[in-house]
Design a protein around this ligand. Structure first.
Ligand code: NDP
Length: 513
């Protein structure tokens, strides 16, 4: 969404605007490739200090940072509110979740990443084996505007917790939030460049991908994710890509309908639908379809977008998203769908009111593409098998939600998505110990949880000779007798278990697979 010159100079600036009013919130530099390189060099200079603090020292810093964030959350919330337009309560919620993750990181990094003994195996019984996870060095984080605290912190905090320093490029819509986060950490450790912010447009992000970073963590659209990956490929820099989704909710015949409708309304409309794991489509069992639709439409009519304190959600943060939402609604209706709440007239010039679409063909944009707006498609299915099939043919695979009294876990396991909430929505994102990420066009790699810490490390394997091996395998002095001993050992250790059965193998079906 670059609106500025593609060839910025250090003197270029841009403004961040309040999307609800158009007022200027702040003015920031468009950092050039040279500026980005300099920031990465400073981050590298601080990296060995940060790594050298060890888990305990880093825990102390991260805990102090957490305290600063918690004590000053009102100020942070206000910047988020002004740059995204979201209500203060929602801004506070995302900050609270980010702080909770930070606490988990500080107290779990050592356990997850520290040295661990590994059984060396019988062939190498004379070796002591261990594995530990070492920081990569400098991580570049490219963040979005929809949750400008929670989402980038899922990469920033986990990268820091793993012992890396970070250069963060926030969305050009939310540079003030990025600065606020970096300034608050600098207060805890002045003089150390643990977290720096580079601001600008897409070209600044592209420069970060080409700078001397050791990994890039990207959140945004699939199309930009591919460009990020291509740029990183030039230097074989690894990437983690969190690229949005088209998350579905499945409502089974025995579901708690009121609870499902409540969750669908929140999942679809909160944050103006600008949530990568928001509910964009619902597949409801034929037997409960009408009751569910009735419960959802009742709620949708009570929810309202606006800039006043009583509004349930705010404006579209990115103005160009209004065209996407309008196009998806128009396409759904042109293809035979109906709006039972909202519709084309719900899409204003800054705000979009809740829209519920029904009977929308599965090949329409509102079902296949990420809308990122407060609209939801409700389609009827004859069975949960049919619903699962419809979810799994989609190109995205980020999150999903299942409402079922008896089959929740079975259905969840069959959905090709990185995360599933049973009888709730989006709850997986708030559990710090769980990995967050998707498959297919939703990207790859994981933030959050132990996987999220390891994502910003390389695994370091070490073996140490404890005593002279009776059977030394790695020497030119190995004899034919010793090779024969290896063959005997092999037959004893592995040959018996794999004797071919007299009759063809019948693999037992396991209940939990
Ligand atoms: P983009 O993918 O364009 O931008 C995401 C981030 O990448 C921003 O910081 C952006 O900077 C930066 N960027 C842009 N171009 C490049 C580049 N060539 N190299 C490196 N970084 C780059 O998303 P948009 O903000 O334009 O939103 C478009 C769509 O993406 C939405 O409609 C929505 O569907 C999806 N989206 C998904 C999100 C999610 O949570 N998964 C979050 C946000 C958007 P800048 O902002 O300065 O252009």
């Amino acid at each position: 969404m670059t609106q500025l010159d593609d060839r910025p100079t250090s003197s270029d600036t841009f403004t961040s605007l309040n999307p609800a009013t158009g007022e200027v919130v702040g003015t920031y530099p468009v950092h050039t490739a040279a500026d980005v390189d300099a920031a990465v060099a400073r981050a590298r200079a601080s990296a060995s200090w940060w790594e050298g603090l060890g888990f305990e020292g880093r825990k102390e810093v991260l805990d102090q940072w957490r305290g600063v964030l918690a004590r000053r959350v009102a100020a942070l919330v206000d910047v988020v509110h002004r740059e995204t337009g979201k209500p203060h309560g929602d801004a506070q919620l995302e900050a609270a979740l980010a702080i909770d993750h930070l606490a988990w990181i500080a107290s779990h990094a050592k356990k997850v990443l520290g040295p661990k003994k590994v059984f060396a195996g019988l062939l190498l019984a004379n070796q002591a084996a261990s594995v530990e996870y070492r920081p990569l060095g400098v991580v570049g984080v490219i963040g979005p505007w929809n949750y400008p605290v929670f989402t980038p912190m899922g990469s920033i905090a986990y990268a820091l917790g793993a012992g890396n320093t970070v250069v963060f490029k926030p969305s050009e819509l939310t540079p003030g939030v990025g600065h606020w986060l970096a300034d608050s950490l600098r207060e805890v450790v002045p003089g150390h460049d643990l977290l720096q912010v580079v601001t600008g447009n897409g070209s600044t992000g592209a420069a970060l991908c080409r700078a001397d970073v050791d990994k890039v963590a990207f959140t945004g659209s699939t199309a930009t994710g591919k460009r990020v990956m291509a740029a990183c490929a030039e230097r074989l820099v690894p990437v983690v890509i969190e690229a949005g989704g088209k998350d579905a909710m499945l409502v089974d015949e025995d579901a708690d309908i009121e609870a499902a409708a409540d969750a669908a309304a929140w999942g679809a409309f909160s944050n103006a639908g600008q949530t990568c794991t928001g509910i964009e489509r619902v597949y409801v069992h034929d037997k409960v379809h009408d009751a569910f639709l009735d419960a959802l439409t009742r709620r949708a009519r009570e929810v309202r977008s606006g800039h006043d304190p009583a509004a349930n959600y705010g404006p579209m943060t990115m103005p160009s998203q209004l065209d996407v939402v309008r196009r998806h609604v128009d396409d759904a209706i042109a293809k035979g769908g109906r709006a039972v709440v909202g519709g084309p007239e719900a899409v204003g010039d800054r705000f979009v009111q809740p829209t519920v679409l029904v009977d929308v063909p599965e090949d329409s944009e509102a079902v296949c593409e990420e809308t990122f707006g407060p609209t939801v498609v409700v389609n009827r299915v004859r069975s949960m098998d049919e619903a699962i099939e419809r979810v799994n043919v989609g190109k995205y695979g980020l999150g999903s939600s299942v409402f079922s009294a008896s089959r929740g876990e079975e259905i969840a396991r069959r959905l090709r998505t990185g995360m599933t909430a049973i009888n709730s929505v989006i709850s997986f994102a708030a559990v710090p110990g769980l990995p967050f990420g998707g498959v297919g066009d939703s990207g790859f790699g994981r933030i959050h949880g132990p996987d999220g810490l390891r994502e910003f490390c390389y695994a370091k394997a070490v073996t140490r000779t404890r005593f002279k091996a009776p059977l030394n395998l790695t020497t030119f002095e190995r004899t034919p007798e010793q090779d024969a001993q290896v063959a005997t050992l092999l037959a004893v250790l592995h040959g018996r278990a794999t004797q071919l059965p007299k009759r063809p193998l019948r693999v037992r079906r396991h209940k939990n697979l």
